[in-house]
Design a protein around this ligand. Structure first.
Ligand SMILES: NC(=O)c1ccc[n+]([C@@H]2O[C@H](COP(=O)([O-])OP(=O)(O)OC[C@H]3O[C@@H](n4cnc5c(N)ncnc54)[C@H](O)[C@@H]3O)[C@@H](O)[C@H]2O)c1
Ligand SMILES: O=c1ccn([C@@H]2O[C@H](COP(=O)(O)OP(=O)(O)O[C@H]3O[C@H](CO)[C@@H](O)[C@H](O)[C@H]3O)[C@@H](O)[C@H]2O)c(=O)[nH]1
Length: 328
């Protein structure tokens, strides 16, 4: 069976492609390379450069390759950009997802897996966030994800398509075999930025707010390793292929670390005591996002990399690789 991975040249999608190939699947990647990289797609997968919303192209790929499942990662993902240019986000993340879902229905695709986010919970405030909480996104990016979740839910009721929505918490780390990692040049993710500071690419680290209602005043997040996350998709895909019901799944470890906890680990693992400055909140950051994970654990998902020091070591190693690649 062949799987179509939209956005498979990006950070998480490229780890998914590796996971699928390691599991013996045939993989077609569809990516417009807007933020992804041709070189991050392994030769064992077929890369098609194009738009996930191009119905003629997707139909042809499904027919030519006998695709039975679609894993939809392609999206714009920068929250402040979504606030500044919401219509670009509604076009890329909603309108094109709608086109893709319509093609999936028309072509009789059996399983559809969608990349959603913990951002859909907004400021829910619960100590552990359950999938059954009402969604309450607080920015356009989060709204585009909720709208696509709802399109899938409604489409599934009307047609034979079954889906898994995976709500990722904070994705971090890099392939332990060194085959992929977070390569976006101006990524704002905490562990990526802290790794760059530790390696001297930036002068200091800025903690964005120390007055949150958390034990040390900084935001708490559930950091999930990217290969573990990719494996969660494989578990969800097997669930759907075996006839399981459509499902919404939190993807996290069920415990949190604060910004200061992460900085401490980055300093310990890198051996660099870099400068840390305290800055005001950046706005729109929920104090705490930690997953309730019983549902995905119930499907048999067993993470391998639930250790912040290991995740940080992977991120540091990938930053060094990117620097060597640039210098070469
Ligand atoms: N990184 C995170 O922490 C995080 C957290 C929650 C959810 N997500 C979701 O996971 C998915 C992957 O995110 P990522 O971090 O790998 O981002 P990324 O930017 O590295 O990957 C996105 C990929 O999609 C491609 N793309 C974008 N629009 C496209 C289109 N219309 N047609 C074809 N290709 C297109 C890009 O070129 C890129 O390769 C996204 O849907 C994102 O919303 C990410
Ligand atoms: O230089 C930095 C970068 C981040 N932070 C803080 O670190 C925490 C985590 O920030 P970040 O890594 O940017 O992640 P989030 O803002 O939590 O968002 C991520 O995790 C969400 C799911 O939880 C996804 O939807 C988003 O796409 C993804 O960027 C937040 O409190 C930030 O304020 C800093 O203090 N300094």
């Amino acid at each position: 069976m062949t799987v179509l991975v939209t956005g498979g040249a990006g950070y998480i999608g490229s780890h998914m492609v590796l996971e699928l190939i390691d599991a013996g699947e045939q993989v077609i990647v569809l990516d417009d390379l807007s933020t992804g990289f041709r070189w991050s797609v392994p030769p064992a997968a077929t890369l098609v450069i194009g738009d996930a919303g191009d119905q003629a192209l997707v139909s042809r790929l499904i027919d030519e390759h006998g695709i039975d499942s679609i894993l939809h990662f392609a999206a714009k993902i920068v929250v402040p950009e979504s606030v500044a240019d919401p219509l670009a986000y509604y076009l890329n993340n909603v309108v094109k997802s709608r086109a893709l879902i319509e093609t999936a229905v028309a072509k009789g695709i059996k399983s559809f897996i969608f990349s959603s986010t913990a951002t859909v919970y907004g400021n829910a405030g619960a100590s552990l966030l359950s999938e059954d909480l009402p969604v309450a996104p607080i920015n356009p990016y989060g709204r585009t994800k909720v709208m696509t979740e709802w399109m899938l839910e409604d489409t599934c009721k009307a047609h034979g398509l079954r889906y898994a929505v995976l709500r990722y918490f904070n994705v971090a780390g890099a392939d332990p075999k060194g085959r992929s990692g977070q390569s976006t040049p101006r990524a704002t993710h905490l562990i990526k930025v802290a790794a760059q500071v530790a390696l001297g690419r930036q002068l200091y680290f800025e903690v964005l707010g120390t007055d949150y209602d958390t034990p040390d005043g900084t935001c708490v997040r559930d950091y999930v390793q990217v290969n573990d996350l990719a494996h969660a998709h494989l578990v969800a895909l097997r669930h759907l292929r075996e006839g399981g019901e459509s499902i919404v799944l939190n993807c996290g470890y069920g415990h949190g670390a604060s910004v200061l906890d992460v900085i401490k680990v980055v300093k310990e693992v890198s051996g660099v005591d870099f400068e840390v400055r305290i800055s005001p909140r950046r706005g729109g950051d929920p104090a705490r996002l930690v997953a309730k994970v019983d549902r995905i654990r119930g499907l048999g998902w067993q993470p391998k990399y639930d250790n912040l020091a290991d995740i940080v070591a992977q991120a540091l190693r990938w930053e060094r690789f990117l620097a060597d690649r640039k210098a070469a």
